[in-house]
Design a protein around this ligand. Structure first.
Ligand SMILES: [Fe+2]
Ligand SMILES: [Fe+2]
Length: 388
């Protein structure tokens, strides 16, 4: 296997790094790029904001399912100041590359390369590739090398850090996985949001899985439910990330066969109701709560309860469950929603909005002579009782 090495601080990794790796792969026929994050680059003393672990986590989150890229953490494990010569020897020893590995250098490093420890030995052990980073002109480099004729991508880690620190747009200059880590861990001067232990990184993994489990249009419905639940959480003082997660996952079992729904539902320890036996597709709600707990390790009671109750309203519903129920019924892709509910800004408390949505849902079910669950009937009585 032919390898090329791309070292750096990756503080943070950005699209310019990945574009450069991709350009080397297509220009010179290497099989794989080894990304080597420095523990502490000798050329960037004091580059602050993210720990070695943060930087490594951001790299890992940036390259899922791409077999052309790999990450080597030898410099971080060695700690202290990293010298490229040590890394090259280590990689040659363990990876056993076919021919010499390439060493990719930006032209910003080319000028001072002769000062690097064992520069001559580096040259003899690798094929050096000089890439344009600062200048479209060829910066002189007095050692054997190849030139990558790449376009300059005007992104640098320092620029990304400055943009984050000064509130300018930066989100799509870095891979999405890295962005979620920056936001979850409040790196580079972002302010930390409170959350209930639910992170964007966690949600992104679950969202990708949900996408593979249901049809694209069902997924878009789920995303609309996630967005509206999140908005309701902001409006009514609940955790927005919990709301988003409950919304994105609520229909994740919608395409599972009935036997699988029954098998999963048994694990929640509650009896199967007569109505559910008659119409097992209703179980997709309870099955999703079980799957979210068992496969994805989500134990947050409010989230699991919100998913569980979305097909059958019940008196036990808490605020988050009400928000998911509302969002599921009135999100933008739903067709038969009254103007009063579409334009629901006049409801200043969640219970009033929930009661109005439930009214419409019950009227619809009754118009089609569909059965209401006992829980829903009890809930209607409770709501009527408080109303009057
Ligand atoms: Fe559903
Ligand atoms: Fe739904």
């Amino acid at each position: 296997m032919k390898y090329a090495i791309l070292g750096g601080s990756f503080n943070p990794i950005h699209m310019g790094h990945l574009f450069l790796a991709d350009a080397v792969l297509s220009a010179f026929g290497y099989d794989r790029i080894i990304l080597v994050p420095a523990y502490n680059s000798p050329f960037k003393p004091g580059a602050e904001g993210a720990s070695a672990k943060d930087r490594l986590d951001m790299l890992i989150a940036s390259i899922p399912a791409d077999p052309r890229l790999t990450i080597e953490d030898c410099e971080i494990r060695r700690e202290g100041v990293s010298y490229t010569i040590d890394t090259i020897k280590d990689i040659r020893e363990r990876y056993r590359p076919e021919g010499k590995p390439a060493l990719i250098l930006g032209d910003d490093l080319a000028r001072d390369f002769h000062k690097w420890r064992s520069a001559d030995e580096i040259v003899s052990l690798t094929d050096i590739i000089i890439a344009h980073r600062l200048s479209a002109a060829d910066i002189p480099f007095p050692y054997p090398h190849k030139r990558l004729e790449n376009e300059i991508v005007e992104i640098s880690s320092g620029n990304v850090r400055d943009r984050i620190g000064s509130g300018q747009a930066w989100s799509y200059l870095v891979p999405t996985g890295a962005r979620f880590i920056i936001e979850d861990r409040a790196l580079y001067g972002l302010s930390k949001e409170k959350n209930a232990g639910i992170t964007r990184e966690l949600i992104a993994g679950i969202e990708n899985a949900v996408h593979t489990m249901i049809s694209p249009s069902r997924f878009l419905h789920s995303r609309n439910v996630a967005l509206l639940t999140r908005d309701l959480c902001v409006r009514f003082g609940m955790d927005p990330l919990s709301g988003y997660l409950a919304g994105i996952a609520h229909d994740m079992c919608k395409s599972l066969p009935e036997a699988e729904l029954v098998r999963l539902t048994k694990k929640d320890g509650k009896p199967v109701l007569q109505l559910e036996r008659k119409k097992p597709t209703l179980l997709h709600a309870r099955a999703a709560a079980v799957l979210l707990r068992e496969r994805f390790g989500i134990h947050n009671k409010d989230i699991l309860e919100a998913i569980r109750f979305h097909t059958m309203a019940d008196t036990e519903m808490g605020p988050l469950a009400k928000a998911v129920f509302i969002a599921d019924k009135i999100e933008v892709s739903r067709e038969q929603v009254s103007p009063a509910l579409r334009d629901n800004g006049s409801f200043d408390d969640l219970d009033a909005l929930f009661a109005a949505v439930l009214d419409e849902t019950v009227a619809y079910l009754r118009s089609r002579s569909l059965t209401l669950s006992k829980g829903t009937l009890r809930l209607l009585e409770v709501i009527k009782g408080t109303k009057g």
